[in-house]
Design a binder for this molecule. Structure first.
Ligand code: FUB
Length: 492
């Protein structure tokens, strides 16, 4: 298998917030999208938040733009920063931060949906509070065992509030109209920062993440000033006092001067999500989400984690004989993922030279004879080349995607493979065509399996029609593997 980090390569994704919801088999990651906009690319320009999910940790389904900035009528263009989504009583609340027109300060708002992948709508139609000071970025929400939800946030200041049971208002009976300032002491955060000068070994910067393991509350955050590393503090209470515990991920050359993390336990393993600049064209304003395994020592301290390209291991194989969404990817280069009400989410902007990969696909022992795809194409000018493993791997099929009559006219089409894949492999899809136009849109794919077990012929019948695995007819086959009546057979 190829490198797993960054986990999304077809667009730039930052500030990951992982979440596992009760009764749902998937791990979800909520993020904002760094947009490569000429002219404004020397700062964050983010117009939307996206959602990804996985069941195996190596293939990620892009659920598209689950919440655009325009969902918030009070939002300023390009200012969709870090966020986190939590679920309560079947409703998903996505806490975000956003500026207002003619006001560069960020405010915390909340979107809501009855599905984890959205679409989300503004739940309050205004920020959920106003400290009047700005710096109100990077919300993290944690719901404790007693049902009380805590919201932490802040850049260079750390604050918290208790959410009311409706999840869209704060409890104003504590702090300053509901907002409590956390003292940024050396004991709590390793050091103190005054006028950009750090006294001590560390300091709180931004991007808090509140979580609990056993009886211990963990506050994990971007630290040390900029460039950032990730540090953590612990407490026996969700409101502190906090004790500094050290660095989780040291500052290293990932190409991004910010870092922002979230942790989650999924199928018995702890995972640490963060962002980096290692994607093609990546950097400080073109960041990408990444994931590493995380382990706790017996005393509850976190073992330091390094950023790697290899990332994490697959938890299971992908089944090619079930319908797979085209937007479920291990990697995608050049393509885009969008959605509309009639089709749902699909892959578009497919041009000559673009490619996609899915990882850890188990074709079994009998293998596949064809692939069925749902596609739409106006011009019919494109080819899809399906290979095993990588861009140089064995070709399974070279498919001409003929016109369906329009880019939104969808058809299911089946294409025979010229080689039979068996066993577990990555599958590489590459696109070729003439001109610079988009070649086709792609909704889903599914390989078709040989339906019965292998037939063993001792002496082939005279009139039997055999084909090689490349589809060439053979009238008197000798020893080898052939196709007979659509099934794989072995002549001994
Ligand atoms: O993504 C914009 C800002 O950069 C976030 O709000 C911070 O945490 C930092 O990652």
């Amino acid at each position: 298998m190829q490198a797993q980090n960054p986990i999304v390569s077809h667009c730039y994704t930052a500030d990951p917030a992982p979440m596992v919801f009760q009764g749902n088999d998937s791990l979800y990651v909520y993020c904002d999208e760094d947009m490569n906009v000429p002219g404004v690319n020397d700062f964050y320009y983010m117009e939307r938040w996206r959602v990804y999910s996985t069941v195996d940790m190596v293939n990620w389904t892009d659920h598209g733009i689950a919440m655009p900035r325009t969902a918030f009528s009070w939002g300023r263009e390009g200012t969709c920063w870090a966020s986190q989504c939590v679920e309560k009583n079947g409703t998903y609340y996505w806490y975000i931060c956003l500026s207002k027109p003619n006001d560069w300060r960020h405010y915390i708002g909340v979107g809501k949906s009855d599905k984890p992948s959205g679409p989300f709508k503004d739940a309050r139609r205004q920020p959920i509070f106003d400290t009047g000071e700005g710096g109100d970025i990077d919300p993290t929400v944690f719901i404790d065992d007693d049902g009380q939800a805590y919201l932490y946030w802040g850049n260079n200041k750390l604050r918290y509030a208790k959410l009311r049971s409706n999840m869209i208002l704060i409890d104003t009976s504590i702090g300053n109209k509901g907002v409590v300032e956390v003292p940024l002491t050396a004991e709590a955060f390793g050091g103190v920062k005054v006028d950009d000068k750090v006294t001590g070994s560390d300091c709180y910067e931004e991007g808090p993440w509140l979580d609990k393991r056993g009886d211990t509350y963990y506050l994990i955050y971007a630290a040390g000033g900029v460039p950032e590393h990730i540090s953590y503090s612990t407490s026996s209470s969700p409101i502190g006092p906090w004790t500094y515990r050290g660095q989780v991920m040291r500052q290293q050359n990932t190409g991004s001067f910010t870092n922002h993390s979230g942790i989650v336990n999924y199928q018995g393993k702890d995972y640490f999500f963060y962002h980096m600049g290692w994607a093609q064209g990546g950097g400080g304003f073109n960041r990408s989400m990444a994931v590493e395994e995380m382990t706790f020592n017996a005393d509850g301290t976190i073992r330091p984690i390094a950023a790697t390209r290899t990332g994490v291991k697959a938890l299971r194989t992908m089944n090619p004989y079930e319908q797979q969404q085209a937007e479920t990817l291990n990697a995608g280069y050049g393509i885009s993922v969008v959605g509309n009400e009639s089709t749902g989410v699909y892959v578009t902007d497919i041009h000559s030279g673009d490619s996609m990969r899915v990882a850890n696909v188990d074709f079994g022992t009998d293998g596949a004879h064809s692939i069925t795809m749902r596609v739409a194409s106006e011009k019919g000018a494109g080819y899809l080349v399906v290979r095993l493993n990588n861009a140089k791997g064995r070709i399974l099929a070279r498919i001409k995607i003929e016109s369906t009559g329009g880019d939104n006219v969808w058809e299911e089409r089946t294409f025979n493979l010229t080689n039979i894949p068996t066993g577990t492999h990555d599958v590489h899809f590459s696109f070729t065509g003439t001109g610079s136009e988009s070649l086709f849109n792609w909704d889903w794919w599914q390989f078709n399996e040989f339906t019965s077990s292998i037939e063993h012929f001792k002496t082939p019948q005279e009139d039997a029609l055999f084909y090689t695995l490349q589809g060439i007819p053979v009238s008197h086959p000798t020893h080898g593997i052939y196709i007979h009546k659509g099934r794989k057979c072995v002549i001994r």
